[in-house]
Ligand binder design. Structure first.
Ligand code: SF4
Length: 203
Protein backbone atom coordinates (compact mmCIF):
# COMPACT_ATOMS: atom_id res chain seq x y z
CA UNK A 1 0.00 0.00 0.00
CA UNK A 2 2.88 2.38 0.69
CA UNK A 3 2.72 5.38 2.92
CA UNK A 4 -0.65 6.99 2.41
CA UNK A 5 -0.55 8.18 6.00
CA UNK A 6 -2.80 7.81 9.01
CA UNK A 7 -4.75 11.04 8.49
CA UNK A 8 -7.70 9.42 6.73
CA UNK A 9 -8.14 6.87 9.53
CA UNK A 10 -8.58 9.47 12.28
CA UNK A 11 -12.08 9.51 13.82
CA UNK A 12 -14.41 12.47 13.32
CA UNK A 13 -14.69 12.94 17.06
CA UNK A 14 -11.33 13.52 18.70
CA UNK A 15 -11.04 11.89 22.09
CA UNK A 16 -8.54 9.31 23.32
CA UNK A 17 -10.85 6.24 23.37
CA UNK A 18 -12.11 7.06 19.86
CA UNK A 19 -8.55 7.55 18.64
CA UNK A 20 -7.34 4.28 20.13
CA UNK A 21 -10.29 2.44 18.60
CA UNK A 22 -9.79 3.98 15.15
CA UNK A 23 -6.04 3.29 15.25
CA UNK A 24 -6.79 -0.44 15.44
CA UNK A 25 -7.93 -0.22 11.82
CA UNK A 26 -5.13 2.01 10.52
CA UNK A 27 -3.50 1.03 7.24
CA UNK A 28 -1.61 4.28 6.82
CA UNK A 29 1.61 2.46 6.00
CA UNK A 30 2.65 -1.14 5.46
CA UNK A 31 3.62 -1.84 9.05
CA UNK A 32 0.14 -3.05 9.98
CA UNK A 33 0.58 -6.05 7.65
CA UNK A 34 3.03 -8.09 9.71
CA UNK A 35 2.42 -6.77 13.21
CA UNK A 36 -0.04 -8.49 15.55
CA UNK A 37 -1.97 -5.36 16.43
CA UNK A 38 -1.83 -1.59 16.82
CA UNK A 39 -0.26 -0.56 20.10
CA UNK A 40 -1.78 2.79 20.95
CA UNK A 41 -0.84 5.14 23.79
CA UNK A 42 -2.13 4.53 27.29
CA UNK A 43 -2.36 6.49 30.48
CA UNK A 44 -3.89 9.48 32.16
CA UNK A 45 -5.82 11.67 29.68
CA UNK A 46 -4.67 14.95 31.27
CA UNK A 47 -1.24 13.77 32.36
CA UNK A 48 1.42 16.31 33.23
CA UNK A 49 4.08 14.04 31.71
CA UNK A 50 3.81 12.34 28.35
CA UNK A 51 6.53 9.90 27.32
CA UNK A 52 7.09 9.12 23.68
CA UNK A 53 9.18 6.17 22.51
CA UNK A 54 9.94 4.72 19.11
CA UNK A 55 7.58 1.83 18.41
CA UNK A 56 6.20 -1.22 20.19
CA UNK A 57 8.64 -4.09 20.69
CA UNK A 58 8.04 -7.82 20.49
CA UNK A 59 6.20 -8.10 23.81
CA UNK A 60 4.25 -4.90 23.32
CA UNK A 61 3.11 -6.18 19.93
CA UNK A 62 1.86 -9.44 21.45
CA UNK A 63 0.21 -7.84 24.48
CA UNK A 64 -1.14 -4.71 22.80
CA UNK A 65 0.21 -2.29 25.38
CA UNK A 66 3.16 0.13 25.29
CA UNK A 67 6.30 -0.32 27.41
CA UNK A 68 5.50 -3.72 28.89
CA UNK A 69 8.72 -5.47 27.77
CA UNK A 70 12.33 -5.19 28.97
CA UNK A 71 12.65 -1.52 27.95
CA UNK A 72 9.41 -0.80 29.81
CA UNK A 73 10.81 -2.35 32.98
CA UNK A 74 13.90 -0.18 32.62
CA UNK A 75 11.63 2.83 32.19
CA UNK A 76 9.55 1.89 35.26
CA UNK A 77 12.63 1.75 37.43
CA UNK A 78 13.92 5.12 36.18
CA UNK A 79 10.54 6.82 36.54
CA UNK A 80 10.29 5.67 40.11
CA UNK A 81 13.80 6.87 40.91
CA UNK A 82 13.08 10.21 39.23
CA UNK A 83 9.93 10.63 41.33
CA UNK A 84 7.55 10.42 38.36
CA UNK A 85 4.53 8.21 39.06
CA UNK A 86 4.01 5.80 36.13
CA UNK A 87 0.32 5.68 36.99
CA UNK A 88 0.12 9.45 36.40
CA UNK A 89 1.73 9.67 32.95
CA UNK A 90 0.64 9.07 29.37
CA UNK A 91 2.88 6.65 27.45
CA UNK A 92 2.99 6.30 23.71
CA UNK A 93 5.20 5.68 20.68
CA UNK A 94 5.96 7.65 17.54
CA UNK A 95 5.00 4.60 15.45
CA UNK A 96 2.13 2.37 16.54
CA UNK A 97 3.00 -0.90 14.84
CA UNK A 98 5.98 -3.17 15.52
CA UNK A 99 8.49 -3.22 12.68
CA UNK A 100 10.68 -6.28 12.64
CA UNK A 101 12.61 -8.74 10.56
CA UNK A 102 12.10 -12.48 11.17
CA UNK A 103 15.41 -14.16 11.89
CA UNK A 104 15.80 -17.73 13.12
CA UNK A 105 12.39 -17.85 14.78
CA UNK A 106 12.90 -14.47 16.45
CA UNK A 107 11.54 -11.09 15.48
CA UNK A 108 14.35 -8.56 15.33
CA UNK A 109 13.47 -4.90 15.81
CA UNK A 110 13.89 -2.66 12.76
CA UNK A 111 14.06 1.10 12.99
CA UNK A 112 11.10 2.77 11.23
CA UNK A 113 11.89 4.90 8.19
CA UNK A 114 11.27 8.63 8.00
CA UNK A 115 8.29 7.89 5.73
CA UNK A 116 6.76 5.50 8.30
CA UNK A 117 7.30 8.00 11.10
CA UNK A 118 5.60 10.65 8.95
CA UNK A 119 2.73 8.31 8.05
CA UNK A 120 2.05 7.61 11.73
CA UNK A 121 2.49 11.17 12.98
CA UNK A 122 -1.22 12.13 12.83
CA UNK A 123 -1.90 9.72 15.73
CA UNK A 124 0.88 11.23 17.80
CA UNK A 125 -0.19 14.77 16.98
CA UNK A 126 -3.76 13.97 18.02
CA UNK A 127 -2.53 12.46 21.29
CA UNK A 128 -0.38 15.55 21.96
CA UNK A 129 -3.34 17.80 21.26
CA UNK A 130 -5.66 15.92 23.61
CA UNK A 131 -3.29 15.17 26.49
CA UNK A 132 -1.48 18.51 26.10
CA UNK A 133 1.17 17.62 28.70
CA UNK A 134 3.33 20.17 30.48
CA UNK A 135 6.39 18.02 29.84
CA UNK A 136 6.87 15.66 26.91
CA UNK A 137 9.79 13.29 27.39
CA UNK A 138 11.06 12.36 23.95
CA UNK A 139 12.91 9.04 24.10
CA UNK A 140 15.33 8.28 21.28
CA UNK A 141 16.01 9.47 17.76
CA UNK A 142 12.74 8.26 16.21
CA UNK A 143 10.55 10.12 18.69
CA UNK A 144 12.83 13.15 18.33
CA UNK A 145 12.44 13.05 14.57
CA UNK A 146 8.65 12.89 14.92
CA UNK A 147 8.36 15.73 17.42
CA UNK A 148 11.45 17.89 17.09
CA UNK A 149 12.38 17.43 13.44
CA UNK A 150 15.16 15.61 11.59
CA UNK A 151 17.91 18.06 12.50
CA UNK A 152 17.45 17.70 16.27
CA UNK A 153 20.30 15.74 17.89
CA UNK A 154 19.38 13.90 21.07
CA UNK A 155 23.04 13.41 22.03
CA UNK A 156 23.67 17.15 21.87
CA UNK A 157 20.51 18.43 23.54
CA UNK A 158 19.39 15.67 25.88
CA UNK A 159 18.06 16.81 29.25
CA UNK A 160 17.44 20.36 28.03
CA UNK A 161 13.96 21.87 28.12
CA UNK A 162 12.85 22.76 24.59
CA UNK A 163 9.77 25.04 24.52
CA UNK A 164 6.66 23.45 22.96
CA UNK A 165 4.18 26.20 23.81
CA UNK A 166 3.88 28.72 26.60
CA UNK A 167 4.56 26.75 29.81
CA UNK A 168 5.08 23.40 28.11
CA UNK A 169 8.36 21.74 27.15
CA UNK A 170 9.97 18.81 25.45
CA UNK A 171 12.91 17.07 27.09
CA UNK A 172 14.81 14.61 24.92
CA UNK A 173 16.71 11.59 26.15
CA UNK A 174 17.80 8.18 24.92
CA UNK A 175 15.35 5.32 24.47
CA UNK A 176 15.39 2.93 27.44
CA UNK A 177 16.16 0.04 25.07
CA UNK A 178 19.49 1.77 24.32
CA UNK A 179 20.45 1.17 27.96
CA UNK A 180 19.92 -2.56 27.45
CA UNK A 181 22.24 -2.51 24.43
CA UNK A 182 24.89 -0.23 25.96
CA UNK A 183 28.35 -1.68 26.70
CA UNK A 184 28.27 0.18 30.02
CA UNK A 185 24.71 -0.11 31.24
CA UNK A 186 25.28 1.68 34.54
CA UNK A 187 26.56 4.83 32.83
CA UNK A 188 23.78 4.73 30.24
CA UNK A 189 21.17 4.29 32.95
CA UNK A 190 22.62 7.13 35.04
CA UNK A 191 22.39 9.46 32.04
CA UNK A 192 18.81 8.45 31.35
CA UNK A 193 17.87 8.98 34.99
CA UNK A 194 19.54 12.41 35.00
CA UNK A 195 17.44 13.42 31.97
CA UNK A 196 14.23 12.21 33.64
CA UNK A 197 15.14 14.14 36.77
CA UNK A 198 15.71 17.25 34.67
CA UNK A 199 12.24 16.74 33.16
CA UNK A 200 10.69 16.19 36.59
CA UNK A 201 12.25 19.41 37.86
CA UNK A 202 10.43 21.55 35.27
CA UNK A 203 7.70 23.46 37.06
S1 SF4 B 1 2.49 2.27 11.83
FE1 SF4 B 1 1.06 3.98 12.15
S2 SF4 B 1 0.53 4.74 10.08
FE2 SF4 B 1 1.47 2.70 9.86
S3 SF4 B 1 -0.32 1.33 9.84
FE3 SF4 B 1 0.44 1.43 11.95
S4 SF4 B 1 -0.79 3.00 12.94
FE4 SF4 B 1 -1.03 3.27 10.73
Amino acid sequence: MGNIGAERFLPAELNLPALADAARRCQGCDLYRNATQTVFGEGVPDARFMLVGEQPGDQEDRRGAPFVGPAGRMLDRALEEAGIDREAVYLTNAVKHFKFEPRGGRRIHQRPTAAEIGACRPWLEAEMLLVDPDVTIVMGATAARALLGPSFRVTRHRGEPVPRRDGAYYVATIHPSAILRAPDRDTAYAGFLADLRAAAAIT
